[in-house]
Design a protein around this ligand. Sequence first.
Ligand code: TXA
Ligand code: MG
Length: 341
Amino acid sequence: MEWNTKVAAPDELAIQQAAELLQKGELVGLPTETVYGLAANAYADSAVAKIFRAKGRPQDNPLIVHIAKLGQLADVANDIPPAAYRLAQAFWPGPLTIILPKGEKIASSVSAGLDTVAVRMPSHPVAKKVLEACGLPLAAPSANLSGAPSPTEAAYVLADMKGKIPLILDGGSCTVGVESTVISLTGGQPVLLRPGLITPEQLEQTLNCKIALSTAILDKLEVGEKAQSPGMKYKHYAPKANVIIVEGGRDAYCSFVNTKKAEGVMALCFTEDEPLLDVPVVLYGRGEDAPAQARLLFTALRELDEAKAVTVYAHAPKKEGVALAVYNRLLRAAAFQVVKL
Ligand code: TXA
Ligand code: MG
């Protein structure tokens, strides 16, 4: 079905319309504090199937279930450990996703057949209002075509979803800019599956224990290796340009990039690099400002496409704290190509 996709300001009428569409099993694009999500009723396999179709998402990559209030957690997950409530109390509503044993009512396609479910309670006022108005848990991956950068603006959702969904609620720019931190509580030791604005250190402090970092965060999976988080398997966030990460200080990075100057060569760099560079640039925050890098990364990747970049040399973020999330996404955009100076 081809929709005449409407982009609406999130007033009461539009929220009500979104809720009705969701109750009828249709998809809605909506803002969250991290990135825009593509939402469907998490209880209905037929609705969830539309997400996979609209995104071109591989069937074995499970989705995150969004809830409005803590009372809904027991509707979507089973055997909830005290650690989940501790994390929820510290970080919900907010950009943290917790993997738990799956509740029976959740459609099996949400979890791609796994017996676990990813749950988060978003803090964005529009996401909250829609969740409350429809009264359903909503399965929602990022609202991009599979493999493309996650959308941080309604216009990017429209670019990827035009004709495929009836409604996008425009809540402006997302403030976090990278997807939620994902932690699994289904094994013995908690495992960080995807880094985000909430850092491993913050999680350890709240849980009062060490958490393991999935090797998939900074390494490519070996052929045949089983992904703890299936999303880590896929080439992701990729702009059309060939992105290469360059690790090194400001002077070394800028000198290196200047030697590559040619038609179509661009730099994805920090604010303070710009004066030293002799190629066109897209900026993504100051070198010391990881939250700004997170907020700007996906927009920057889409801007590089708009500028018709062919080869992009990206100044590497740090591999700790919030910057670990930025490095993790950039590494996938770069298909793991890294130059160490
Ligand atoms: O910030 C976010 O989390 C955004 C907004 C819209 O909420 N959503 C998002 O969804 O990033 P998505 O589908 O793009 O990413 C979901 C990630 C994938 O890496 C997936 O593999 C993982 O969560 N995941 C989902 N269910 C899982 C499960 N049961 N076990 C392990 N990983 C799971
Ligand atoms: Mg995604």
